[in-house]
Design a protein around this ligand. Structure first.
Ligand code: GLA
Length: 387
C-alpha cells in the first residue's frame, strides 16, 4: 500500500547524492459515483486510494527542478524554473514542471528542488496517477518553501497545471480527491460551489467490499475523446440556455435537444448527478443495509456511461457483466473512459467468485489478465513520517 518512503529516499540518494528533506505522498483515486459530471459543474463522489505516488524532495540553492522517477529509470529531467512556459517540458516531467509553473502563476515563490518519485498507482488505469503526481509535487514544493496553502487552492493549482501546462482539459475531481479524501469516507464535491462534505463510507462494516479491476486497456485522457465529450456537453448546455448541464432541473429537459447524440450526453450527466445524490442519501441513511441499492445504481451508471455517454470500452463491459453475473451487487467503469478500471461492489463472500469470473471472461477472449487492486477509502496527501 503506497510505495515505501525508504525506497524513494534511497532513489533520491542514488540519483542526487545527500539526503532528502522529506517524503510526501499523494494518493490516486477511485470514483464511487458521478462521472463526467465535474466539468459540467455537477456532483462527484470520489475517494482516495491506498495506492499513491511518493516524492522524496530537497530544496536547491539554484532555480532548477531536477526530477527522476523509479518508473522512468532512463529519463531524468532538469527544468529551469525561470522562463517556464507551457510547451517547454513534455512527457511525465510536464506534470511536476506544470505545478511549479502554476504555483508561480498563483503568486507562490517555489524554490529550486530535487524530486525523486516512486508510484504504485498503475499508469493509464484511470486511477489518477497524473493528479497524484501533480498533488505530491504541489505539496512537496510548497512545504519545502515553508508555505501553507489551502488544499482547495492547491487542487485548483494542480488542475491548472494539467489543463494549461500539460494540455489535458480535465475537471477538478481527481486533484480534490487526492488532497481532501479521508480514510473511511467518500468525498462529496459540488463542482459548482466547490463545497465538500465527507460521507462515511465503510462497506466492510456491512459485510461488503469494493473490488478495483484494472482492465489493462490503457486510457489516455489527452487522446481527444475526452475533450470531444466536454465540447458536446458545453454545446448541449448552450442549446438549452443554461450555463452548464448541472443547471437542468430534471431529465425531461434534455428532450428539448433535437440532436440525439447531445440528448444522450445530457441525459447521462443529469442522471449521474442524481445518482450521486441518491448514493449520498443512502450512505447517510440508517435504513439497514444500503449496499444492494448502491450496487444497483453502480450498474445503472455503467449502462448510462456505455449507452448514453459512450465512453466505455469492451474490457469494461465484459468485466461489469461477468462481475454482476458472478454475484456482485453492482459494477461500473470509472474515470474518463476508453480504458482504465472498473469498480465492483460485492458481498465479502462473493469477492473471490467475482475475481475468478472476471479473470475467466478475460482469459476466454485471450485478453491480458486483469489486475485486481484494493480499493479502501484512504487518507489524503500528506508528508510521511521519517523512518
Ligand atoms: C478524468 C478527469 C476528471 C473527470 C473524469 C470523468 O478522470 O480527470 O476531471 O472528468 O475523468 O468523471
Amino acid at each position: 500500500m503506497s510505495p515505501s518512503p525508504g525506497a524513494v529516499r534511497e532513489l533520491f540518494r542514488a540519483r542526487f547524492g545527500g539526503a532528502a528533506d522529506g517524503v510526501w505522498l499523494a494518493p490516486g483515486r477511485a470514483n464511487l459515483m458521478g462521472e463526467h459530471t465535474d466539468y459540467n459543474e455537477g456532483f462527484v463522489l470520489p475517494f482516495a486510494l491506498g495506492h499513491g505516488i511518493v516524492a522524496a524532495a530537497a530544496r536547491r540553492a539554484d532555480r532548477r527542478l531536477l526530477l527522476c522517477s523509479a518508473q522512468e529509470p532512463g529519463c531524468a529531467a532538469d527544468v529551469a524554473l525561470d522562463g517556464l512556459e507551457p510547451g517547454r517540458v513534455t512527457g511525465w516531467a510536464a506534470y511536476p514542471a506544470g505545478v511549479a509553473w502554476a504555483l508561480a502563476a498563483a503568486g507562490y515563490q517555489v524554490p529550486g528542488a530535487c524530486l525523486a518519485i516512486d508510484s504504485d498507482v498503475p499508469a493509464g488505469a484511470g486511477l489518477s496517477s497524473s493528479a497524484a503526481l501533480e498533488c505530491v509535487t504541489a505539496l512537496a514544493l510548497t512545504e519545502l518553501a515553508g508555505l501553507s496553502v489551502d488544499r482547495r487552492e492547491l487542487a485548483a493549482i494542480a488542475r491548472r497545471a494539467e489543463n494549461e501546462f500539460v494540455g489535458v482539459p480535465s475537471g477538478i475531481m481527481d486533484q480534490t480527491a487526492s488532497l481532501l479524501g479521508r480514510s473511511g469516507h467518500a468525498l462529496l464535491l459540488d463542482c459548482r460551489s466547490l463545497e465538500t462534505a465527507q460521507v462515511p463510507f465503510d462497506p466492510a462494516a456491512s459485510g461488503s467490499c469494493l473490488l478495483l479491476i484494472n482492465t489493462r486497456a490503457r486510457h489516455e485522457l489527452s487522446a481527444g475523446e475526452y475533450g470531444q465529450r466536454r465540447a458536446e456537453c458545453e454545446r448541449a448546455a448552450r442549446l438549452l440556455g443554461v450555463p452548464a448541464l448541472r443547471y437542468l432541473t430534471g431529465v425531461g429537459e434534455v428532450d428539448r435537444l433535437t440532436d440525439p447524440v447531445l440528448r444522450r450526453r445530457a441525459r447521462h450527466v443529469v442522471t449521474d448527478d442524481q445518482r450521486v445524490l441518491d448514493v449520498v442519501a443512502l450512505l447517510r441513511s440508517s435504513d439497514g443495509d444500503v449496499y444492494p441499492e448502491i450496487g444497483r445504481l453502480l450498474t445503472q451508471a455503467h449502462v448510462s456511461l456505455r449507452d448514453d455517454f459512450e465512453v466505455s470500452w469492451p474490457e469494461a463491459d465484459v468485466a461489469v457483466d461477468a462481475a454482476v453475473d458472478a454475484g456482485a451487487l453492482g459494477a461500473r467503469m470509472i474515470g474518463g473512459g476508453f480504458g482504465g478500471s472498473v469498480l465492483a461492489l460485492a458481498r465479502a463472500e462473493a469477492a473471490g467468485p467475482v475475481r475468478t469470473a472476471v479473470a475467466g471472461a478475460f482469459a476466454r477472449r485471450s485478453w491480458t489478465a486483469p489486475e485486481f487492486l484494493d480499493a479502501t477509502p484512504s487518507a489524503s496527501a500528506r508528508r510521511m513520517a521519517l523512518g
